[in-house]
Design a protein around this ligand. Sequence first.
Ligand SMILES: *Cc1c(COP(=O)(O)O)cnc(C)c1O
Length: 338
Amino acid sequence: MTAPLRLRLDRGGLSANWRWLQAQSGHAACGAAVKANGYGLGAPEVVQHLLAAGCRDFFVATWAEAAEIEPILPQDASLSVLHGVREEDIAQAMASRARPVLNTAQQVARWRPTGKPCDVMLDTGMNRLGLAPGEDLSGLKIHTLMSHLASADEDVPQNMQQLDLFQSAAATVPAQRLSLANSAGICLGAAYHFGLTRPGLALYGGIPRGEAVGAIQPVVGLEAQVLQRRVLPIGQSIGYNATYTADRALEVAIVNIGYADGYVRGFSGRGTAGGGRLPLLGRVSMDLVALDVSATPDIAEGDWLSIDFHLPDAARQSGLSQYELLTLLGHRFDRIWA
Ligand SMILES: *Cc1c(COP(=O)(O)O)cnc(C)c1O
């Protein structure tokens, strides 16, 4: 069955973005954060395409996410579970070749007796997940030692402070390789790359910093079908709470996408379709939006329209981050890779 809304997902764009991030990463290997269902695009397909491009290091948040992609990973690929290992995860983790990223002393104590390899997250100032530098890591087989940058999308002293702390802490820990940079961190330069980088956002077409403008390609296109074309007479309003009133007679297309699909209410009165030609009128509903199609008499019931979703612009319009816009994309889309 064909849904009345679809994501056009560009495999070539995804691969090109990974290759650019790999080139920017210099001597470091370039991995991929595929948590949250591949940032909403579909983790299994994302992993398959990145494997074909040459990526071998993947990051998910939870063991449920790991279970979804482990079966498609070749023997030479590596999978890390960023949230570490809870008591409830131990059985799955023991049977898996994914490595937990240990974040707490309790997780270290839980994993040490297994004798299996792990990764370790050091907290260098984000104060989210991770062990403090200097905590007891004895008896662990540490594959990748990592930390995470809090503000790499800004030019602030915190970046270099975290870099310095990571460098000095890592010098005292035996690990096969080191990793610090997310998408934005890759753009901060060679000092941040170490042995492995971990981009997410930029793989999927997000622009983490100015350096990526013109290099990172869009991957996600939104399309939705016209359900009805109607006339909006002068003086009539449209949609919930009548926030838009026609100051001249308009022609309107009612289109099958809404906030339940992740096309959030922040696009009300601001979003556009058709490359800016079709302004959104009034509020975004749960399942519908109204577009002004007065200038395009050929658009008819059943036609497919492309909803503008250039991530930096869409973030400004909606008030959400590029990350939220991607990960909110809902289950009702057909996800079509080409
Ligand atoms: C999500 C995540 C990444 C990827 O970050 P982006 O900003 O999307 O590139 C890298 N490392 C960790 C620990 C993460 O949680």
